[in-house]
Design a protein. Structure first.
Ligand SMILES: [Zn+2]
Length: 253
């Protein structure tokens, strides 16, 4: 399996990280993307990626922290991660007008700057969007962003189609395992499987049947199994397809 989105160095999960990584290692994970956003994440990533070859990373300032975006600091962090040869994407970046932890204008500005950065270095992007889909879409279209993932997709089919038409993929998270996710299930039923990748968003969004526990990439299988039912595809087959999609979007094939 390929886990396309996890915050493994989050304080909620860090005390269990050694055990989780050993388990991931023996479960033959093809890849796990660690979302890095600050110096602490980078330190952990450098340490653990030396030991575990399946770990890859992405660098981005989350819209919540857009007010702290500093171009010079970002470039420094980027260069440190580049040395690991495991930096595959820019993200998670985007817009969150639900929480507005950073003022909308600053979110838009830091999103634009990081998209430019991704284009300059020819890297795919991992995008977060909440209550911001129309403006987010306009920015992606205007910037001609063609490669990446709209993570934790939870919008309708019409929006899914617009994102796919740009060339991006949709991240399928544990939300599909929840009760009351009928309309999202319906959306994924209608989306071609070649545009879907799997993600846990650990330590958040724990899938059923482990809701209430801290999420980790080992729970990805519950998302895979649920999606297999929705798509009426055999689990092993779907695993192969979503693995290939992830390898493709991160330029590993
Ligand atoms: Zn995330």
């Amino acid at each position: 399996m390929f886990e396309t989105h996890s915050h493994l160095f989050d304080e909620k999960i860090i005390s269990e990280l050694d055990i989780i990584l050993e388990n991931l290692n023996s479960s033959n994970f093809l890849g796990v993307i660690c979302i890095c956003e600050n110096e602490k994440d980078i330190e952990y990533f450098i340490k653990y990626s030396a030991k575990y070859k399946f770990l890859y990373c992405s660098l981005g300032i989350h819209p919540h922290n857009a007010k702290n975006y500093d171009e010079k600091k970002f470039l420094e962090m980027f260069k440190k991660l580049q040395k690991t040869n495991r930096l595959l994407a820019i993200g998670e970046i985007g817009l969150d007008f639900y929480y507005n932890f950073s003022p909308p204008q600053q979110q838009i500005q830091s999103f634009n700057l990081q998209l430019d950065f991704a284009k300059k270095y020819e890297l795919p992007v991992i995008i977060h969007s909440r209550k911001s889909k129309d403006i987010l879409y306009e920015i992606l279209k205007q910037k001609n962003i063609k490669k990446g993932i709209l993570h934790c997709f939870s919008e309708d089919y019409e929006f899914a189609k617009k994102i796919i038409d740009l060339g991006l993929m949709l991240g399928v998270s544990g939300i599909i395992t929840f009760d009351k996710s009928e309309s999202l299930k319906e959306t994924f039923k209608n989306v071609d499987v070649s545009f879907l990748v799997l993600e846990t968003d650990s330590p958040y969004l724990t899938p059923s049947p482990y809701r209430g526990k801290v999420n980790n990439p080992l729970y990805l299988k519950y998302i895979l199994e649920t999606l297999a039912k929705i798509k009426k595809i055999e689990v092993n087959e779907l695993e192969k397809i979503t693995d290939y999609n992830a390898l493709k979007v991160f330029n590993l094939v």
